[in-house]
Design a protein around this ligand. Sequence first.
Ligand code: HEC
Length: 407
Amino acid sequence: MDPIVWEWIGAGIRWLHVIAGIAWIGSSFYFVHLDSSLKPRAGLPEGAAGEAWQVHGGGFYHMVKFLVAPSNMPDELTWFKWEAYATWLSGFALLIFVYYFGAQLYLIDAQVMALQTWEAIAISVGSLVLGYGIYDGLCRSQLSKSDGWLAIFGFGFVVLATWIFTLIFSPRGAFMMAGALMGTVMAANVFMVIIPNQRRVVASLMKGEKPDPSLGRTGKQRSMHNNYITLPVVFVMIANHYPLAYGAVLNWLILAVLIVMGVSIRHFFNTMHKGLPAPWWTWWIAGVCALIVVAISRVTPIDPAEDAALMPAAAVAEAPVGLADAADIVISRCSMCHTAEPVWEGVHVAPKGVVLDTPEAVRKHADQIFVASVWTHAMPPSNITEMTIDERRRLARWFQDGAAAVN
Ligand code: HEC
């Protein structure tokens, strides 16, 4: 296909995905907040459990929550589901567009596992289906009686899955698969449990029967899972622009800590919206998590291949490296993609506008080169141009010496 049209299709799907995600997360946050802020009052209509007054855009809104069907059921009832479906569908389209069509660049890393494109895609799709199956199994087991235990097992499951992904896919692919799994769980919760349960509740209310209380309880539990994993999922979705997150040797651990961080921040807001005392300790957890994440990426890389990896200083070449040498390495390993008119198939413009085809350009991008190909092995993607460890160490030395030498 015409490369320019291709690029624009990618931009279009991404745009759609972000907008759908905003709509979904927005309505989800809104309803969790509304639910928490409802207050009972004498004189509410029959069957109403609480009310809230809100002001927005110059108008006043009087929200009333009915636990049973109101005496006269409205003709029109708005269901909130297309935000979720559209987010998942556009997200899956994006996964196909970026990670399946670009599998050799983004999903597969021959040094991790030498997979054929079709094998990588099959494992990826299969693990989304299997992953939801396992999560759903946990939620239907005895564990579901305790929100706390279910959360701990669910968390353990996501971390384990992420770690397994790092044994199969490229670091970046593994990170994105963890996000795709969490996103799939969220969307499937809406599609398979929350909406069907809601339909059953509405049906029995219409018949004037008392709905099975477990339907609402299960729906609410899944809905809260979605609410709590929103922040980590959004982080994963933007993390593919941060090699320090996905490209680190311990990227699965970074994700685990970020999940704890996101969940505690969400917990702070959920509690506050209930009008309860704000749990200050959530910020301590979030702060400590942030420090741990930075600490992990300060100590982990450079090369996973060798033990010296854990001590970056030991992984620096002994002989000084000047700009000319550094530029030679970068130009020979990077400029087939990072140039005005890339010669690498499937890359149509200098990625992210990073051009690395002259010594001057290499010097200008020294910091980015360091993060992308020395501190992490994010670049070249899947080490597709076979940059050697020795070359990375020489770039490390060049960077350590200031990277600014003109010769
Ligand atoms: C096969 C093509 C290819 C090669 C070779 C390659 N890159 Fe990249 N590079 C890309 C692509 C594609 C992206 C955009 C990734 C994305 O969409 O986030 C990128 C992004 C980058 C970025 C920007 C990261 C960001 O998101 O801000 C830097 C810096 C970078 N590459 C450095 C390098 C260096 C240094 C090398 C050589 C050691 C290199 N690249 C080799 C394809 C390549």
